[in-house]
Design a protein. Sequence first.
Length: 202
Amino acid sequence: MSDIAVDVVILPPAEVSAEVIDLNRELCRKDRRIRLDRAAVLPHISLFMSSIPRARLAETISCLDTVLARYAAMSVTLTGVSYGGFDAMNIVSSLALAPTPPLLALHREVCDALAGLRTAPTTPEQFANADAVDENSRRYVEEFLAEHAYERFDPHITVGFGRLERVPEVGEFTADRVAICQLGPYCTCRKVLYQADLAPAS
């Protein structure tokens, strides 16, 4: 396999991930298609998705490191719960995040730096657990830059399928770790290929 579907993400701190996983468990009582955990299906904030050549992963890491060197740990604020999905039968709950200038700038710079490494088409074979990858997931990755980036960037943490019945307890937190992950079904982060810590905030 020459290409791999990847997600460049912010990994929330442990206490935030734990709260997101607790919320996910509530949704999993009715729908287990997305079952988050601390090891193999990670809570995350997507910054960039695409297919890239496996042979250019080291170049991808180098380009990302160049961007991250200009950033320090940043405050991220939860603004509430948002609902999305492709139809009324497949509602996805997410934690909506404030599109602060540092977060938007990081997203834009990562996209700019990595856009030249993109390949097409995106295929299920490029994902982890490829047999479970649906057309919506494949298309979302392939169309990310055109449909979900820059002015259309909507920062969030996906919780799972269904409607949350309670407001999460997390509020503002510090984001200080960025990773490149191989994507899995429903655009979940399945395998960490690289991670780096942002410099401490001054």
